[in-house]
Design a binder for this molecule. Structure first.
Ligand SMILES: Nc1ncnc2c1ncn2[C@@H]1O[C@H](COP(=O)(O)OP(=O)(O)O)[C@@H](O)[C@H]1O
Ligand SMILES: [Mg+2]
Length: 260
């Protein structure tokens, strides 16, 4: 579905991504792991159009999408979750979801004069959709709560929920588990699995929590120093010499700690 070919991203003389080549299979939940500074987030940002690559190519279903802005990728169904922006924190969780789909009639002045009935209908449909998403994510009880007042883990669920308001095909998740308690992390994992199975979402997941990766991801791709080191099942990755070396190089002493 996504092919990354020889992508480089340099910051001055520093090669954050240094010739990465990988493929994301349609329908997969692919894990992306690697020590801090490996270039995972930078690669995500290049694929998602947030950063322009220095060189290299990214294709989606065979179509060249290199350097397309996030907005265009959004319309192709490629989404990267972002933290709930500060300005949305005083809006309710439901309203945050209702904000996502663009091109609503209500945004156009012409319609506010001539199409009140249609706007009211669209609002209702949008509200019903937002409520269905909150229900799917088991956070219906937070519908009217301000997004700024919910817990970190609940925010992650809400961010995932935003991808459900549009017809996403592939979703990139960067460290959804960071600072999230075990129960919520399991809920997030459940939601990802259901979206994958029931709605055919493809996921690429950067995560340090290896239990989470093990439960969700196949294959797993390991990066270090801007390059792809290995790809396989988590068990294969953990047994891979280059991977162990890369993690040892960051000061970890035991193979079982890969990714922590
Ligand atoms: N905007 C930037 N300017 C300069 N260096 C950057 C920038 N973004 C990331 N880096 C550097 O690139 C390297 C890879 O970063 P990152 O992609 O965030 O790694 P990871 O997500 O794997 O931890 C790091 O050494 C980081 O300091
Ligand atoms: Mg990162």
């Amino acid at each position: 579905m996504i092919d990354v070919h020889e992508v480089h991203k340099h910051f001055g003389g520093f090669h954050a991504v240094d010739g990465a080549t990988l493929s994301i299979a349609e329908g997969s939940i692919t894990g992306l792991i690697g020590p801090n500074g490996a270039g995972k987030t930078t690669l995500f940002n290049v694929i998602a159009g947030v950063l322009q690559p220095t060189s290299g190519k990214v294709t989606m279903a065979g179509e060249d999408i290199t350097g397309l802005p996030p907005h265009d990728l959004f319309h192709k169904g490629l989404l990267r979750t972002f933290q709930i922006a500060h300005e949305f924190s005083s809006m309710s969780c439901r309203e945050n979801l209702m904000m996502v789909p663009g091109n609503q009639s209500g945004e156009k002045l012409w319609n506010t004069w001539f199409g009140r009935k249609r706007i009211a209908e669209e609002e209702r449909a949008l509200r019903a959709k937002a409520d269905a998403v909150l229900d799917f994510l088991t956070i219906s009880h937070l519908a009217d709560q301000k997004a700024g007042e919910i817990s970190g883990g609940q925010k992650k669920l809400l961010e995932l929920g935003r991808t459900m308001m549009v017809d996403a095909k592939i979703v990139f998740l960067d460290e959804v588990g960071a600072g999230v308690n075990r129960t919520l992390l399991n809920t997030i994992g459940d939601a990802i699995l259901r979206l994958n199975k029931e709605r055919g979402y493809t996921f690429v997941v950067i995560e340090h929590d290896m239990d989470f990766i093990e439960r969700l991801c196949d294959p797993v791709i390991c990066m270090a120093e801007g390059k792809v080191l290995a790809e396989g099942t988590l068990a294969e990755i953990k047994a891979n010499e280059h991977v162990i070396e890369a993690y040892l190089g960051t000061g970890l002493k035991h193979r079982d700690k890969v990714g922590t």
